[in-house]
Design a protein around this ligand. Structure first.
Ligand code: HEC
Length: 101
């Protein structure tokens, strides 16, 4: 194998690696986008009836989502929206929304 193709292979490998990191990010962003339909773009609610998510403390977010999922917290709609997500996905969303200003 000549040097150029080896360099290309390494380059391709790096591309795949950075792609994998990016993919995780995309996954969280796609989930979060579904929440923003109600909670407002960028997690900033436009309505007094809808809590905003931007800047919400991660631990508060985690607790809310886990309680919605288990049914421990009274919810009109959030029980359905919390169902089907893993704790890892909640954590990724928590970090994402907490970082939004
Ligand atoms: C169809 C509208 C809708 C969608 C979509 C939605 N929510 Fe909600 N969310 C609500 C409503 C309404 C409440 C108030 C509790 C209730 O009645 O269910 C709420 C409450 C919450 C709370 C509690 C906030 C607080 O301060 O108490 C969190 C956290 C939350 N939602 C996160 C999310 C996340 C994360 C998603 C996306 C996976 C999401 N929501 C998608 C409507 C929605």
């Amino acid at each position: 194998m000549c040097k150029t193709s080896l360099k290309m292979l390494v380059g391709l490998f790096m591309l795949v690696l950075s792609g994998a990191v990016h993919a995780t990010d995309m996954h969280t962003q796609v989930i979060a986008a579904t929440c923003m339909a109600c909670h407002g773009p960028d997690g900033k609610s436009r309505s007094a009836f809808m809590p905003g998510l931007a800047g919400l403390e991660a631990s508060v977010f985690m607790q809310a989502m886990q309680e919605f999922r288990s049914g421990a917290r009274e919810a009109s709609i959030m029980k359905r929206h919390a169902a089907g997500y893993t704790n890892a996905e909640f954590e990724a969303m928590a970090a994402y929304f907490a970082a939004l200003k």
